[in-house]
Design a protein around this ligand. Structure first.
Ligand SMILES: Nc1ncnc2c1ncn2[C@@H]1O[C@H](COP(=O)(O)OP(=O)(O)OP(=O)(O)O)[C@@H](O)[C@H]1O
Ligand SMILES: [Mg+2]
Length: 579
């Protein structure tokens, strides 16, 4: 007996629709992508009941002829692809020719469209994947499409939908992705007659501000890098504005929003040491890459992609973001016109070629120090200015305020340093460098110190013993579950070895990190926190100058290792506004 038979089109479409149309927001995404591919300049989206009642999209794109309007609901019918080779040259958002057929399998549709070549427009009504009505209409160029009763044929799906609030959030998420990557298009989004967005065509930065908040203006750092066949551009958030919740991280590949844990990791890695753990930075980054080097045909929703050379992209992404961050740390909006104690040594060591080759991700003190100098040198190219600045230098000695703050005038700005945070950054980098260069010095303890651990903590200590040694502890295993400490890192008075070592164990346990590099980072951070040695004491001018000097010699002077600001700047305008 033959048991195989061909499923009717309405059933096969419904099965296939499951992948493309998961909820009303998928409809919004697909229709918006179609309008963009149709080169629309104005797009209006009208949502009723978070899309459960209807989704309407009106565009002024190229529209369709009567014949195309009839064909566009057939599975695998597209104007964007002709043969298999075209799959590697895709420049449009759509290409699979299945979105409209999928949507028509799970909803009622009214399509009205007119192309520039036609006198009259055409209207089609669809129910159950079938055209039930079609007739000519009077219409402007473009397409409007109404999707009603979504999932009426699949009650299980309809019941599966979340509350209107949640479904609307999904729609807005899709809308934002499209609006970011198409800032040249005017968009209006309405839900139940309420205008949620009315976006005018603009630059990317202005679009970001109208989508998010005006205050984002001061939170953004430009990222703009070009490599041979790849470019990365967009904006990244300053570390101090990172948030506890995710949601403002966007990566676009050839203008298409994608999800990639791998590339996200490359970006987050650049923020290491700048933001607190469990906080997420803002970023909107566009990766432009040869279409033959990326496969977007992995999944019907096209948010997953495969790259030919994923590792290369990881490194480029990481170094581009690090570069933007480091330029922002070193030369934020501060006017370095006058100050910073540049030693002559720095000038002599300056080597133009070496500077040009700096890869920000592995920049070291000296390089950044040179970079600061370089920028200032350009601005100070006028002799007279330098002379005046020298006078400012003498007059403007730093002042300590409430023990933990240092005030220092720099040109027309007042810098307020958080002394504790600065100390932590200086110590962190000092111990990190000596640990990297294996030249940490120890000072001998007068009496050796023994510390005993329980079995599991002892196992942990054994794992991190070399890392602890690398920052200058003279420490060794001694007996069954204990260690002996014969020396501590130099330059630190009054440190409680036991408390510090136990602190390492606590932090490692808390962070539950398995990677060796991450353990070392935890140890360094924990140590720098514990070793904020000269806190809360009166400082003389020399000490304050030295702290500021040493801070700016750090590779990352702006933030503490825990991601807190080391200093803030008050411009004369800001100060005037206080009155
Ligand atoms: N708003 C529109 N304006 C003009 N033409 C449109 C519009 N929407 C759809 N079309 C036409 O209908 C065709 C089918 O659209 P559909 O979304 O089903 O497939 P696609 O966009 O080609 O590929 P994908 O399934 O990947 O989205 C498109 O190729 C396009 O020619
Ligand atoms: Mg499409």
């Amino acid at each position: 007996m033959n048991i195989i038979y061909q499923l009717p089109k309405s059933v096969s479409n419904q099965i296939a629709a499951g992948e493309v149309v998961q909820r009303p927001s998928s409809v919004v995404k697909e229709l918006l992508e179609n309008s963009i591919d149709a080169k629309a300049k104005n797009i209006k989206i009208i949502i009723k009941d978070a899309g459960k009642q209807s989704v309407t999209i009106i565009d002024d794109g190229i529209g369709m002829s009567k014949e195309d309007a009839i064909k566009c609901f057939n599975r695998h019918s597209t104007s964007k692809l002709k043969n298999a080779e075209d799959l590697f040259k895709i420049k449009t958002m759509g290409f699979r020719g299945e979105a409209l057929s999928s949507i028509s399998a799970v909803s009622d549709i009214i399509l009205k469209t007119k192309s520039i070549d036609d006198e009259m427009g055409y209207e089609i009504n669809i129910k159950n994947s079938k055209i039930i009505k079609g007739h000519e209409i009077d219409k402007n160029q473009g397409t409007s499409i109404i999707i009603k009763n979504i999932f009426f044929t699949v009650p299980a799906r309809r019941n599966f939908l979340k509350s209107n609030k949640v479904e609307l959030k999904y729609i807005i998420d899709e809308f934002i992705r499209i609006a970011i990557s198409n800032s040249n298009i005017n968009f209006i989004l309405l839900n139940n007659e309420l205008e949620i967005y009315n976006l005018k065509s603009s630059t990317l930065s202005k679009r970001i501000i109208s989508l998010f908040k005006k205050s984002y203006e001061q939170q953004l750092v430009l990222c703009d890098e070009k490599f041979e066949n790849i470019s990365i551009h967009g904006f990244i958030g300053k570390p101090e504005y990172s948030k506890k919740t995710r949601g403002e991280q966007f990566i676009f590949v050839n203008n298409r929003f994608i999800k990639s844990n791998y590339l996200n990791h490359a970006i987050i890695k650049s923020y290491e040491g700048l933001i607190e753990e469990k906080k997420y930075p803002f970023y909107i980054l566009f990766l432009q890459i040869n279409t033959s080097e990326v496969d977007i045909n992995i999944h019907p929703t096209k948010t997953e992609v495969k790259f030919e050379d994923e590792k290369l992209l990881y490194n480029l992404m990481n170094s581009s973001v690090s570069k933007s961050l480091s330029s922002h740390h070193i030369m934020p909006s501060i006017d370095f016109n006058s100050d910073i104690n540049f030693s002559n040594k720095t000038v002599i060591e300056y080597d133009n070629k070496e500077y040009q080759n700096i890869r920000p991700s592995n920049s070291n003190n000296k390089q950044n120090w040179k970079k600061i100098f370089d920028e200032v040198k350009i601005e100070n190219s006028n002799d007279k200015l330098i002379f005046e600045n020298d006078l400012i230098e003498i007059k403007n000695k730093p002042v300590q305020f409430l023990d933990n703050f240092i005030f220092k005038q720099l040109g027309k700005k007042l810098l307020v340093f958080n002394h504790k945070n600065c100390q932590q950054r200086i110590l962190y980098e000092k111990f990190k460098n000596s640990s990297l260069n294996s030249n940490a010095n120890s000072q001998q303890n007068l009496f050796p110190k023994y510390i005993e651990f329980n079995n599991s903590d002892f196992q942990l200590i054994k794992e991190i013993l070399n890392d602890i040694k690398s920052i200058g502890f003279n420490i060794d295993i001694f007996g069954k579950n204990s260690v002996i400490i014969n020396g501590v890192p130099t330059g630190l008075d009054d440190i409680n070895e036991e408390e510090i070592i136990e602190g390492f164990i606590e932090e490692i346990k808390k962070n539950n990190q398995n990677l060796k590099a991450e353990k070392k980072e935890i140890i360094l951070k924990s140590f720098s926190r514990k070793a904020k040695i000269i806190n809360n004491k009166r400082l003389n001018h020399k000490e304050m100058e030295s702290i500021i000097d040493r801070l700016f010699a750090c590779s990352n002077p702006k933030y503490s290792p825990d991601g807190e600001l080391n200093f803030v700047e008050l411009s004369d305008d800001k100060i005037k506004n206080l009155f």
